[in-house]
Design a protein around this ligand. Sequence first.
Ligand code: GDP
Ligand code: GDP
Length: 438
Amino acid sequence: MSGYTVAIVGRPNVGKSTFFNRMLEHRKAIVDDVSGVTRDRQYGMTDWNGKQFNVIDTGGFVSGSEDVFEREIAKQVKIAIDEANAVVFMVDVTTGITHLDEAMAELLRRATKPVYLVVNKVDNGQRELEAAEFYSMGFDHNFFISSISGSGTGELLDMITSAIAPEETEEVRREDGLPKFAIIGQPNVGKSSLLNALIGQERTIVSDIAGTTRDTIHTHYKLFQKDFILIDTAGIRKKNKEKDDLEFYSVIRAIRAMDEADVCLLLLDAAKGITGQDVSIFSLAARKGKGVVVLVNKWDLIEKETNTARDYEKNLKMKLAPFTDVPVLFVSVKDKTRIFKAIETALEVFDNKQRKIPTSQLNEVMLKAVQAYHAPVVRGNTVKIKYVTQLPTHVPSFAFFTNYPDDIKQPYKNYLENQLRTQFNFKGVPVRIFFRKK
Ligand code: GDP
Ligand code: GDP
């Protein structure tokens, strides 16, 4: 999966979110709307020319005096430059170059990463002529597009993806073969505390000075005679204490850590429960084929009765549906309760993710399941499943060979997935199922 991230910046109303939605159209992207001071901040994943990348729409501020506004936008541009691999700087042909555009351009011109100046709303020939004005902003890469009609967006995507090295879209980071775990979650759920508890000592805090490395930190770790790598993104919280920035950082960082990981440990605050943003991050992890373990932290703060954990888990899983075959652990980092169990579980999920079922065994078990419950007859056709095979992919993927691949609907697909899960243990791992013509 790609760890390449493109951020879209620009003042409000230039068409960022229209463009964002266009890029993610038909791709079942996960879109999360983070409300707050800003209007929706959205992120997702898309692919073009066979290359996948993350896209973040930095949102925009809806209110505030002109200078507050400008300061906030400047902050977002800086984060985008720091955190993304490339920046789409969007402007609007119908307004021409505004004061705010200038202010943002000033910051972006100093960026050492690719910046694509994208003049939006170029819907017709007349506007194409007007768009020439924007060459004066002095960017190397200029694009005239219409997010509404889609014109010009192909060239822009060609350019963006040409800068993505092939190894960035392949899973290259497994050269050492060690399981990689990322601890992700919202600010203050206890990520740093967990890391410290595992490492058994205070780790060095990343300094506050702008420009120090912002890469994720990989810590090689040994426990239960097993080696693994923990990917840490927690240090960033020391950099900026303002809530909105924290949220933004936490999202970008979570996605980056996720991209580098095999298994994500999604930390929640027991008292707060699972938020919409947590669910989005969870779904994104599943979409990216990552293993997941959910850790409900600060369990020490919860008043418990006999069924508290059971009810909590039931409730949680309703929100995680349809991917509910996921381990949920109730932990307290503070009291060091079940934190080693968490790692043990992550290692199990890693093993589940690597699992390869011998073809003969797979067919024996799954054809029996098919016998027990046949796919429904469609338009008088008896749908027959003849053969199953596991594909040689990083995410457990199975191809079922059938006479009518298009006639197998979601409920039957779910049935087959559940059978695979109960028979072969893929707990915590997304499973993909395909039907092919035989
Ligand atoms: P954002 O605030 O930058 O995210 O901007 P939006 O995506 O919300 O778009 C602001 C307005 O511009 C909306 O009314 C859009 O329909 C409109 N818009 C976006 N792209 C285009 C375009 O390519 N052509 C035209 N004519 N309007 C557009
Ligand atoms: P991060 O922002 O996700 O890295 O969160 P921190 O590790 O900085 O923790 C945020 C706060 O939660 C700190 O005050 C921790 O002491 C506290 N905390 C972390 N884990 C626990 C826990 O298991 N129980 C309780 N009661 N507090 C915790």
